[in-house]
Design a protein around this ligand. Structure first.
Ligand SMILES: Cc1cc2nc3c(=O)[nH]c(=O)nc-3n(C[C@H](O)[C@H](O)[C@H](O)COP(=O)(O)OP(=O)(O)OC[C@H]3O[C@@H](n4cnc5c(N)ncnc54)[C@H](O)[C@@H]3O)c2cc1C
Length: 800
């Protein structure tokens, strides 16, 4: 072992080994992996080794697809047998809603290029898995690329393949301390100290402690998990093919063949955390005693699904632990505020996702950006609030228990909530507000009559008419919208303007003005759909999506220069927007200064009644609107005054659902839908805001796009002939039998009375009038490209 490496990977489980392999593969061979015991002596050794394609998050599904394809490659490269059995796999649907969901997901998989799936009737499914009872099964999805592997062999294969490419690994070497230095890290081990530029926390069950060694509190916890392996099952032994990997969602079990028996794994609804502060250092390759009382219901369902296992013995019980983040996705990437410290932990399904995690992290480290959109697993998707132990317990527990439970897009889950509430929260609740959550903050969805409960559904919900009413108020009267759920950063200092000019691709606004500002990565792809406000007093604001606060702050910090002070105002400022044609009348009644001259995209300081506010004349609804930003302590007063002042104008409180419907009618894109870090200005129409005459981050790549052949796909608006459901995102779009694009977001435009979708489609299908079809909840619907902004295309209302 040398005393200096470029990268030290801590942990020799499947994730660490994959990181090591990918670093070496992409050209960094001065890298070492340290393992305190033997390879795969954390959760990796006792995993069930199942690999299956389905994941409700399309980004995670493509990560899994990459990993599955990689497995045979590393087997070949390493010469190490990984016991790969590509049996194919079934996912069973046991309720009508689940069957609809599965059909919808089958289409979404097509959008992301997973084409080797098919939908089956219960009888067809049973032919492929003859030991399965079809009782209650309404349909199934088959995927070719599913099966299982030998877990220890797979870790060995990654590590051996990495070593063949020049990387090193050492077992029986425990990292005991991490010391940050001016240009990297000192890694203190029980076999000496190593100096390096980068450390990677791939410590699995011990990730919490390895985080704490650097003063980092990672939102991760281990939970226990059971599976059993049966003795020989005669039907399995007699079959001339292997049983497929079978996931029974309504039964909470997965099953695969194991020699002549089967392995049945259980996602226990009655979950149990273990060692929330990280596994003990003395913990080795031990298992916990099985806890039959905790799994009785799921076990009974499993025995009913596979009746033949009722007559055979159980050879092995495994009750082991593995780690989860609050949303179940890995925590990957550079940890904010700790240069050179990388996270590769909380990987719930290491054999399924580890390949993709290793690739992503290695690309990120070497090239500064991963190829895919890493947002769903980016460690910076959480803020400090997620370090709270109870938050971690509630959210990881909820994720675990609901692993196989269907979550509807309009469903609100309770874990870790309510956490942060804007001051007027209780008064708004009293007024009927139904809440959603963004990051740590409760955000208003809509205002409903007392005792109204929204029914979870994949289709239009019973809140449809309520949201329609709110949209009408916004379009015809005055709506009051709590805008605490926007992010606000303050930029000041002698170099503030120069810095903003460099990181934003647009022109900067003049004093007293606001401007839409795309922010690009060095690769020319989007990093933000922001608004920059120039208050004229040397202070600038950047406003954007609230849940991106830590993610954007990491980016700003990475690109910081001397003479600039940037502050996240998310704990200081919140506010309300008044929107609609009557908004000016309401705000004028309260403004102590003349606000009538504040034109579209103007901004300034105003006294709104007793509240000192920073006001901007803009609205994402496409209506005339005033965003009134106030200090947290002024929120209650501001709301009261606006409701009183607007009473004559019939002001009504509205929520984000109405805001989203109205923005769709204006073809205004939003982050995580129309805008992601995978898309470019040319694809999304963001190029119209770029100032090509100046220098800015990402200019070279953006110019290459502008002056090249143009993007293959561009953003369009579609009108869908929908019936009782609207598109939501990732649904494939067809021209005849050709897949020509996919939906980025969709919904019902209540005021225009149209089912709308925004979509990325091939350029030759982007002309208004082009007839296409789109799958909505798995059903094909006619759709056509329409001109952008079906409501008020000239933008007269918002300028008004
Ligand atoms: C019962 C069960 C069934 C499962 N089934 C599946 C499945 O079918 N498919 C699937 O994909 N996943 C499955 N999993 C999950 C899978 O096991 C994990 O996702 C995976 O093992 C995570 O790997 P890892 O490398 O992140 O962590 P680990 O395997 O925990 O590896 C971390 C390694 O880091 C080492 N380490 C920690 N701290 C230090 C230190 N300070 N110095 C040096 N070394 C250190 C540890 O010794 C350990 O070897 C299952 C898990 C369980 C418990």
């Amino acid at each position: 072992m040398k005393s200096q490496y470029r990268v030290v990977v801590i942990g020799g489980g499947v994730v660490g080994a994959s990181v090591l392999y990918h670093l070496a593969k992409f050209g960094w061979s001065d890298v070492v992996m340290l393992e305190r015991r033997r390879l795969a002596s954390g959760s990796s050794w006792h995993a069930a080794g199942g690999i299956h394609a389905l994941n409700a998050d399309p980004n995670m599904a493509s990560l899994q697809a990459y990993t599955i394809d990689l497995l045979s490659e590393i087997e070949k490269e390493s010469g190490q047998n990984i016991g790969l059995h590509m049996t194919g796999g079934l996912t069973l649907a046991g309720t009508p809603e689940r069957w609809e969901w599965l059909q919808a997901n089958y289409r979404i998989f097509q959008s992301i290029g997973i084409d080797d799936c098919e939908l089956l009737s219960p009888e067809e499914a049973q032919k492929r898995c003859p030991i399965m009872s079809t009782d209650g099964v309404l349909g199934a999805m088959w995927a070719d690329r599913e099966g299982y592997i030998d877990t220890t062999g797979t870790v060995q294969a990654y590590a051996t393949a990495a070593r063949k490419r020049g990387a090193e690994y050492y077992e029986e070497t425990k990292v005991e301390e991490l010391i940050q230095t001016a240009d990297g890290w000192q890694v203190v081990t029980d076999r000496g100290t190593i100096t390096c530029e980068h450390v990677v926390n791939a410590a699995g069950l011990w990730a919490k402690q390895v985080g704490r060694m650097a003063g980092i509190e990672l939102p991760v916890s281990p939970l226990k998990h059971h599976y059993l392996i049966t003795d020989t099952v005669p039907e399995v032994a007699e079959a001339d093919f292997e049983m497929p990997m079978t996931v029974d969602l309504e039964g909470f079990t997965y099953m695969r063949q194991d020699q002549k028996g089967v392995l049945v794994g259980i996602y226990e609804v009655d979950h149990e955390h273990w060692a929330m502060d990280g596994a003990p250092w003395t913990y080795g390759e031990e298992l916990f005693q099985e806890q039959l009382d905790r799994i009785e219901t799921e076990l009974t369902l499993g025995f009913e699904r596979y009746p033949s296992i009722q007559n055979v013995g159980i050879k092995t019980w495994v009750n082991g632990a593995f780690t989860f983040s609050p949303d179940g996705n890995p925590l990957v990437g550079p940890v904010p505020g700790k240069p050179g410290y990388w996270s590769a932990c909380a990987v719930m399904a290491g054999f399924l996702q580890g390949g993709g995690v290793g690739k992503t992290l290695a690309e990120w480290m070497i090239h500064g950006e991963p190829e895919a959109d890493a947002w769903p697993m980016d460690v910076a998707r959480y803020g400090d609030f997620a370090q709270n132990k109870r938050y971690i317990r509630e959210t990881t527990g909820q994720f675990y228990s609901r692993r196989f439970v269907m979550t509807y897009p309009n469903e609100q889950l309770p874990a870790g909530r309510p956490l942060k509430m804007a001051p007027a929260h209780d008064a708004m609740t009293e007024a009927g507000c139904k809440w959603g959550v963004s990051w740590d903050l409760e955000v208003p969805l809509y205002f409903a009559p007392k005792d109204f409960e929204e029914t979870p559904t994949l289709k239009r919900s019973n809140a449809f008419d309520i949201v329609a009413e709110e949209c009408k108020v916004i379009r015809e009267g005055a709506g009051l919208l709590d805008i605490s759920g926007f992010s606000r950063f303050e930029v000041s200092g002698p170099n503030a303007q120069a810095w903003l000019d460099k990181v934003m691709a647009s022109k900067l606004p003049a004093p007293g003005r606001a401007k839409l500002a795309p922010m690009l990565g060095e690769n020319g792809r989007l990093k933000g759909d922001l608004t920059v406000l120039n208050w004229g007093d040397g202070k600038w604001w950047i406003m954007g999506s609230y849940y991106l606060r830590a993610w954007h702050m990491r980016w700003f910090d990475d690109h910081m220069i001397d003479g600039v002070d940037i502050r996240d105002l998310g704990e200081e400022y919140c506010g309300f927007a008044v929107v609609g044609p009557k908004s000016q009348g309401v705000v004028e009644k309260l403004a102590e200064q003349d606000i009538s001259g504040l034109g579209f995209m103007g901004c300034g300081d105003f006294d709104i009644g007793l509240v000192r506010a920073r006001v901007a004349r803009m609205s994402v609804t496409g209506e005339k609107g005033y965003e009134i930003n106030c200090r947290y302590g002024d929120h209650i007063k501001l709301r009261r005054m606006l409701l009183e002042a607007g009473a004559d104008e019939g002001i009504r409180e509205c929520g984000f659902n109405a805001m989203l419907s109205t923005r769709l009618e204006k073809s205004f894109g939003i982050w995580s839908a129309e805008f992601t870090q995978l898309y470019t200005p040319g694809m999304t129409g963001m190029d119209r805001w770029i100032d090509w005459d100046k220098d800015f981050v990402g200019k070279e790549a953006a110019l290459a796009e502008r002056d090249g052949n143009g993007p293959a796909q561009v953003q369009v608006t579609l009108e869908v002939d929908a019936l009782d459901a609207d598109a939501s995102g990732y649904e494939p779009i067809w021209s005849g039998n050709d897949r020509v694009g996919f939906v980025t977001s969709g919904g019902y435009g209540h005021y225009t009375g149209k089912s709308l979708a925004m979509a990325l489609v091939n350029r030759d299908k982007a002309e208004p009038g082009t007839e296409l079809t789109v799958h909505v909840v798995g059903v094909e619907r006619p759709a056509r490209v329409i001109a952008p902004s079906p409501y008020d295309p000239q933008g007269k209302a918002m300028r008004g």
